[in-house]
Write a protein that binds this ligand. Sequence first.
Ligand code: URA
Length: 197
Amino acid sequence: MTREILLENLRREAEGCRRCALWKTRNRLVFGEGPADAKIMLIGLGPGKRENLQGRPFVGAAGKFLDQLLAEAGLNRGRIYITNVVKCFLPENKASEEQVEACTPYLNQQVEIIQPKLIIALGNVAACYLLEKFGLRCEAMERVHGRVYEVSSLTLSLRIVPMYHPASALRSPGLRGELMKDWRELGKTLKDLGLAG
Ligand code: URA
């Protein structure tokens, strides 16, 4: 089966998901979008209001800023696979441990199918989930943002780059410059790794 078909089957399964209570406030599942063979995956926390209405990730205010950050790194959004740790609307913009545990089997399968070379983890929840999944210790975002972690398992070999969530700069405008700088640096790293564009 092709990666596209595997992802489509998984999406259908997730659309009927009732593993946690978030299905009750879900309008549209936000499964993820992008090429099934993307070299780069970008993983956020979970859908907000707009994403819940449109069924697409990062289409609200944080998404607008993300688009600027991608441009800063010289990245083309259409070549990245974008998804979230949690696939259903998070009314308070916070995910509980139970919600993360219930939903991440979908994320794990997406990563296994896509086999990315690099994952950009946006914010603490995505960064900690991914680092810990590969046996690394999760540290404060202030310390780890922009670092490149090489990780591998039996089936995967990739890099993880934790980054501040774009929404954090909307809440604390003082962080904006730091995010822009991080993404410019990321652009250079991607070039060195042959992953730019
Ligand atoms: N914030 C996220 O973490 N994900 C989205 O899709 C939108 C906002």
